[in-house]
Ligand binder design. Structure first.
Ligand code: DX5
Ligand code: ZN
Length: 246
Protein backbone atom coordinates (compact mmCIF):
# COMPACT_ATOMS: atom_id res chain seq x y z
CA UNK A 1 0.00 0.00 0.00
CA UNK A 2 1.32 3.44 -0.78
CA UNK A 3 1.26 6.24 1.76
CA UNK A 4 -1.12 9.12 1.26
CA UNK A 5 0.51 12.31 0.07
CA UNK A 6 0.80 15.27 2.38
CA UNK A 7 -1.85 17.06 0.32
CA UNK A 8 -4.20 14.15 1.04
CA UNK A 9 -3.28 14.34 4.72
CA UNK A 10 -4.18 17.98 5.00
CA UNK A 11 -7.44 17.50 3.09
CA UNK A 12 -8.29 14.66 5.49
CA UNK A 13 -7.43 16.80 8.52
CA UNK A 14 -9.63 19.60 7.20
CA UNK A 15 -12.53 17.20 6.55
CA UNK A 16 -12.22 15.75 10.05
CA UNK A 17 -12.03 19.20 11.60
CA UNK A 18 -15.17 20.18 9.70
CA UNK A 19 -17.05 17.12 10.98
CA UNK A 20 -15.90 17.81 14.54
CA UNK A 21 -17.00 21.41 14.33
CA UNK A 22 -20.42 20.37 13.03
CA UNK A 23 -20.70 17.89 15.90
CA UNK A 24 -19.87 20.61 18.37
CA UNK A 25 -22.01 23.36 16.89
CA UNK A 26 -25.03 21.44 15.57
CA UNK A 27 -25.04 18.08 17.35
CA UNK A 28 -25.01 14.49 16.13
CA UNK A 29 -23.85 13.58 12.64
CA UNK A 30 -25.27 10.71 10.56
CA UNK A 31 -22.69 8.48 8.88
CA UNK A 32 -24.32 6.56 6.03
CA UNK A 33 -23.11 2.94 5.85
CA UNK A 34 -22.39 1.71 2.34
CA UNK A 35 -23.18 -1.93 3.11
CA UNK A 36 -26.45 -2.01 1.16
CA UNK A 37 -25.46 0.42 -1.59
CA UNK A 38 -25.15 -0.35 -5.29
CA UNK A 39 -21.61 -1.74 -5.46
CA UNK A 40 -21.82 -1.86 -9.23
CA UNK A 41 -21.76 1.93 -9.15
CA UNK A 42 -19.70 2.57 -6.05
CA UNK A 43 -18.23 5.90 -7.06
CA UNK A 44 -21.63 7.21 -8.01
CA UNK A 45 -23.01 6.11 -4.64
CA UNK A 46 -20.21 7.96 -2.82
CA UNK A 47 -20.91 11.09 -4.86
CA UNK A 48 -24.65 10.82 -4.25
CA UNK A 49 -24.13 10.50 -0.50
CA UNK A 50 -21.73 13.42 -0.38
CA UNK A 51 -24.00 15.65 -2.38
CA UNK A 52 -26.86 14.55 -0.12
CA UNK A 53 -24.98 16.14 2.79
CA UNK A 54 -23.17 13.17 4.35
CA UNK A 55 -20.35 14.57 6.52
CA UNK A 56 -18.60 11.19 6.76
CA UNK A 57 -19.07 7.63 5.51
CA UNK A 58 -19.04 4.31 7.36
CA UNK A 59 -17.42 1.31 5.65
CA UNK A 60 -18.27 -2.17 6.91
CA UNK A 61 -15.33 -4.55 6.46
CA UNK A 62 -16.39 -8.15 7.23
CA UNK A 63 -14.22 -11.26 6.98
CA UNK A 64 -16.70 -14.15 6.96
CA UNK A 65 -15.19 -15.30 10.27
CA UNK A 66 -15.79 -12.76 13.03
CA UNK A 67 -19.15 -12.23 11.30
CA UNK A 68 -20.71 -14.62 8.77
CA UNK A 69 -20.70 -12.24 5.84
CA UNK A 70 -17.70 -11.29 3.70
CA UNK A 71 -17.64 -7.80 2.22
CA UNK A 72 -14.48 -6.09 1.02
CA UNK A 73 -10.98 -5.11 2.03
CA UNK A 74 -8.31 -2.51 1.34
CA UNK A 75 -8.63 -2.58 -2.46
CA UNK A 76 -12.25 -1.46 -2.38
CA UNK A 77 -11.58 0.94 0.49
CA UNK A 78 -8.88 2.50 -1.68
CA UNK A 79 -11.44 3.07 -4.47
CA UNK A 80 -13.81 4.68 -1.96
CA UNK A 81 -10.97 6.81 -0.54
CA UNK A 82 -10.15 8.07 -4.01
CA UNK A 83 -13.79 8.93 -4.68
CA UNK A 84 -14.65 10.47 -1.30
CA UNK A 85 -13.78 13.89 0.09
CA UNK A 86 -15.45 13.36 3.48
CA UNK A 87 -13.87 11.46 6.37
CA UNK A 88 -14.11 7.66 6.30
CA UNK A 89 -14.72 5.35 9.24
CA UNK A 90 -13.61 1.78 8.56
CA UNK A 91 -15.51 -0.60 10.83
CA UNK A 92 -13.38 -3.74 11.01
CA UNK A 93 -15.55 -6.77 11.77
CA UNK A 94 -12.61 -9.10 11.32
CA UNK A 95 -10.49 -11.45 13.38
CA UNK A 96 -6.95 -10.30 14.20
CA UNK A 97 -7.50 -6.74 12.97
CA UNK A 98 -3.99 -5.80 14.08
CA UNK A 99 -2.74 -7.61 10.98
CA UNK A 100 -4.44 -5.18 8.60
CA UNK A 101 -4.83 -1.85 10.36
CA UNK A 102 -1.70 -0.55 8.75
CA UNK A 103 -3.17 -1.16 5.27
CA UNK A 104 -6.25 0.90 6.12
CA UNK A 105 -4.35 3.67 7.86
CA UNK A 106 -1.98 4.02 4.91
CA UNK A 107 -4.97 4.56 2.65
CA UNK A 108 -5.72 7.69 4.65
CA UNK A 109 -8.94 6.68 6.40
CA UNK A 110 -9.68 8.97 9.32
CA UNK A 111 -11.25 6.54 11.79
CA UNK A 112 -10.38 2.88 12.30
CA UNK A 113 -12.90 1.05 14.47
CA UNK A 114 -11.87 -2.30 15.93
CA UNK A 115 -13.98 -4.70 17.99
CA UNK A 116 -12.87 -5.19 21.57
CA UNK A 117 -13.86 -8.87 21.23
CA UNK A 118 -11.15 -9.37 18.59
CA UNK A 119 -8.19 -7.77 20.36
CA UNK A 120 -5.47 -9.74 22.11
CA UNK A 121 -3.78 -6.54 23.30
CA UNK A 122 -6.29 -3.68 22.97
CA UNK A 123 -4.00 -0.90 24.20
CA UNK A 124 -1.31 -1.88 21.79
CA UNK A 125 -3.67 -2.03 18.79
CA UNK A 126 -5.30 1.29 19.68
CA UNK A 127 -1.87 2.88 20.08
CA UNK A 128 -0.81 1.51 16.68
CA UNK A 129 -3.85 3.03 14.99
CA UNK A 130 -3.13 6.40 16.58
CA UNK A 131 0.53 6.09 15.71
CA UNK A 132 -0.42 5.56 12.08
CA UNK A 133 -2.35 8.82 12.08
CA UNK A 134 -5.98 7.66 12.38
CA UNK A 135 -8.52 7.98 15.18
CA UNK A 136 -8.82 4.73 17.12
CA UNK A 137 -12.37 3.72 17.95
CA UNK A 138 -13.50 0.63 19.86
CA UNK A 139 -16.69 -1.23 19.00
CA UNK A 140 -18.58 -3.59 21.27
CA UNK A 141 -21.19 -6.18 20.37
CA UNK A 142 -24.65 -6.30 21.95
CA UNK A 143 -23.54 -9.20 24.15
CA UNK A 144 -20.36 -7.49 25.37
CA UNK A 145 -20.66 -5.56 28.63
CA UNK A 146 -19.51 -1.95 28.86
CA UNK A 147 -17.01 -3.08 31.51
CA UNK A 148 -14.88 -4.49 28.70
CA UNK A 149 -14.26 -1.04 27.23
CA UNK A 150 -14.31 1.13 30.35
CA UNK A 151 -10.68 0.45 31.28
CA UNK A 152 -9.67 1.42 27.72
CA UNK A 153 -11.46 4.74 27.38
CA UNK A 154 -8.31 6.78 27.87
CA UNK A 155 -6.63 4.85 25.03
CA UNK A 156 -9.29 5.39 22.36
CA UNK A 157 -10.88 8.30 20.52
CA UNK A 158 -14.36 6.83 20.32
CA UNK A 159 -16.64 3.96 21.24
CA UNK A 160 -19.08 2.41 18.79
CA UNK A 161 -21.97 0.73 20.57
CA UNK A 162 -23.47 -1.97 18.36
CA UNK A 163 -27.24 -1.92 18.54
CA UNK A 164 -27.57 -5.04 16.37
CA UNK A 165 -25.54 -8.22 16.08
CA UNK A 166 -22.89 -7.20 13.55
CA UNK A 167 -22.98 -8.83 10.13
CA UNK A 168 -26.01 -7.55 8.25
CA UNK A 169 -27.83 -4.36 7.41
CA UNK A 170 -31.53 -3.82 7.94
CA UNK A 171 -31.88 -5.43 11.37
CA UNK A 172 -34.03 -4.21 14.25
CA UNK A 173 -32.50 -1.84 16.85
CA UNK A 174 -31.77 -3.53 20.18
CA UNK A 175 -32.76 -1.13 23.00
CA UNK A 176 -30.17 -2.31 25.59
CA UNK A 177 -27.68 -0.26 23.52
CA UNK A 178 -29.31 2.84 25.02
CA UNK A 179 -28.22 1.91 28.54
CA UNK A 180 -24.67 1.35 27.31
CA UNK A 181 -24.60 4.76 25.61
CA UNK A 182 -25.99 6.46 28.70
CA UNK A 183 -23.45 4.76 30.94
CA UNK A 184 -20.55 5.70 28.67
CA UNK A 185 -21.82 9.28 28.46
CA UNK A 186 -21.96 9.41 32.27
CA UNK A 187 -18.42 8.03 32.58
CA UNK A 188 -17.22 10.62 30.09
CA UNK A 189 -18.84 13.43 32.09
CA UNK A 190 -17.39 12.16 35.36
CA UNK A 191 -13.89 11.63 34.04
CA UNK A 192 -13.65 14.49 31.57
CA UNK A 193 -12.99 11.94 28.82
CA UNK A 194 -12.72 13.12 25.24
CA UNK A 195 -13.84 10.01 23.37
CA UNK A 196 -16.76 10.24 20.93
CA UNK A 197 -19.81 8.05 21.24
CA UNK A 198 -21.22 6.23 18.24
CA UNK A 199 -24.03 3.79 17.60
CA UNK A 200 -24.46 1.32 14.75
CA UNK A 201 -27.39 -0.81 13.74
CA UNK A 202 -31.13 -0.43 13.29
CA UNK A 203 -31.07 3.36 13.22
CA UNK A 204 -34.22 4.83 11.69
CA UNK A 205 -36.55 7.77 12.21
CA UNK A 206 -38.13 5.64 14.97
CA UNK A 207 -34.92 4.98 16.92
CA UNK A 208 -32.49 7.82 16.29
CA UNK A 209 -33.89 10.27 18.83
CA UNK A 210 -33.51 7.79 21.68
CA UNK A 211 -29.95 6.98 20.61
CA UNK A 212 -28.99 10.65 20.41
CA UNK A 213 -30.64 11.45 23.69
CA UNK A 214 -28.66 8.62 25.32
CA UNK A 215 -25.45 10.22 24.05
CA UNK A 216 -24.73 8.98 20.51
CA UNK A 217 -22.99 11.58 18.34
CA UNK A 218 -21.62 9.60 15.39
CA UNK A 219 -24.72 7.77 14.27
CA UNK A 220 -24.39 5.10 11.60
CA UNK A 221 -27.37 4.61 9.33
CA UNK A 222 -27.38 2.00 6.59
CA UNK A 223 -30.78 0.92 5.32
CA UNK A 224 -32.50 4.09 6.59
CA UNK A 225 -30.48 6.09 4.05
CA UNK A 226 -29.64 3.64 1.27
CA UNK A 227 -33.14 2.22 0.96
CA UNK A 228 -34.58 5.71 0.73
CA UNK A 229 -35.18 7.10 -2.76
CA UNK A 230 -33.96 10.51 -1.54
CA UNK A 231 -30.64 10.32 0.34
CA UNK A 232 -30.62 14.04 1.19
CA UNK A 233 -34.06 13.89 2.72
CA UNK A 234 -33.21 10.72 4.66
CA UNK A 235 -30.00 12.20 6.12
CA UNK A 236 -31.59 15.51 6.99
CA UNK A 237 -34.68 13.91 8.59
CA UNK A 238 -32.46 11.67 10.70
CA UNK A 239 -30.12 14.49 11.73
CA UNK A 240 -33.03 16.78 12.63
CA UNK A 241 -34.53 14.12 14.88
CA UNK A 242 -31.14 13.44 16.50
CA UNK A 243 -30.39 17.13 17.05
CA UNK A 244 -33.89 17.76 18.36
CA UNK A 245 -33.31 15.11 21.01
CA UNK A 246 -30.06 16.52 22.43
C1 DX5 B 1 -23.87 -4.13 10.78
C2 DX5 B 1 -23.03 -3.00 10.27
C3 DX5 B 1 -23.78 -1.74 10.10
C4 DX5 B 1 -24.84 -1.79 9.05
C5 DX5 B 1 -25.93 -0.88 9.51
O1 DX5 B 1 -23.06 -5.21 10.96
O2 DX5 B 1 -21.97 -2.75 11.16
O3 DX5 B 1 -22.92 -0.64 9.89
O4 DX5 B 1 -24.40 -1.35 7.78
O5 DX5 B 1 -27.05 -1.09 8.75
P1 DX5 B 1 -28.50 -0.67 9.30
O6 DX5 B 1 -28.47 0.79 9.60
O7 DX5 B 1 -29.41 -1.03 8.16
O8 DX5 B 1 -28.77 -1.50 10.54
ZN1 ZN C 1 -20.88 -0.86 10.83
Amino acid sequence: MTSPTSATDSAADAALARMTSILESHGPVVLPALLLCDFGHLTREVERLESAGAEALHLDVMDGRFVPQLTYGPIVVRAIREAARVPLEVHLMIEQPERSIEDYCRLGVEIVTVHVETLADPRRTLASIRGLGARAHLALNPGTPVDRVEPLLDACDGVLVMSVQPGHGGQRFEPPALDKLARLAAVRRETGGRFRLGVDGGISTDTIAAAASAGAELIVAGSAVIRSPDYARAISDLESLARGAT
